[in-house]
Design a protein. Sequence first.
Length: 310
Amino acid sequence: MKPIDRVTETAEKISSMEIRGAGRIATAAAASLKEYALAVQAESFEDFNQKTAVAADLLLKTRPTAVSLSNAIRMVMKYKADDIDGARQAIATNADRFIENSQKAVEKIGQIGSKRIREGDTVLTHCNSNAAISVISAAHKSGKNIKVIATESRPRFQGITTIGMLDQMGIETELIVDSAVRSVMNDVDLVVVGADVITANGTLVNKIGTAQIALCAREARTSFMVAAETYKFSPETILGELVTIEEREATEVLADISKYKHVRVRNPAFDVTPHQYIDLICTEAGAISPEMSYLIIRERLGWEMKVESS
Ligand SMILES: O=P(O)(O)OC[C@H]1O[C@H](OP(=O)(O)O)[C@H](O)[C@@H]1O
């Protein structure tokens, strides 16, 4: 298989959600760029740079919402080199560093966020977030007796992945349909969800249904915490850019949509939770209020990435 075909294969797995999760797609893209940079044949340094830029763009176009993807690709492709060998090594080193830092970040988020879970708490989570599950897992491993309520997360049912992971960990879990959230919210002590994007003013873009959960939590006076690596924050939003909400195929919701003449399916993959509904954002750099998101973007991601790529 040609090196570019391997990149295309990874891109298709991300687009189809065979590889999914904002963190997982970012690390998969980094690994794919490393594999490609080490394998691609190039006639010149310019040819190498052009080919690696094409590979990066193939991966970037797979999921329009997850800023983890664009941040990861930018971090991997941000290097100085004088020749092809230098560039190959720089991309490989950046990719390895991103993947290692991403894994460490999830662990750190678990350590920090789990302190917000008390003995006997019931935690509600949505979709399937490595960062959110790390918080829950760390609380369980620290000996706290907790219960989890997990939503099934239609239409792709990522919640079934979540209950499988929690079951393996030995954590008592209840599965609910998404529309049962308000009915159970009075039994919930803390909501913990992941993030696809956090904007400069602390707004959360996450799996569809998150915003409703935040509404229900606010009405029930239940704390709402986001677990997110710093590369989930969006530098572009500092400069006024809007986050694209990915619309996915109608057949994910209604397989036989084609038999209807007057029916259209709307299938946004994510929704927007205003920062007013978020009590805490737990990152590997620490637990912050949504209003501190700008500092994360400036201190941890650096504006120069946006300025250089603008
Ligand atoms: O990076 P981690 O915390 O694993 O997941 C973050 C978010 O990515 C997922 O999106 P999708 O299921 O890939 O569409 C969910 O929205 C989840 O909350």
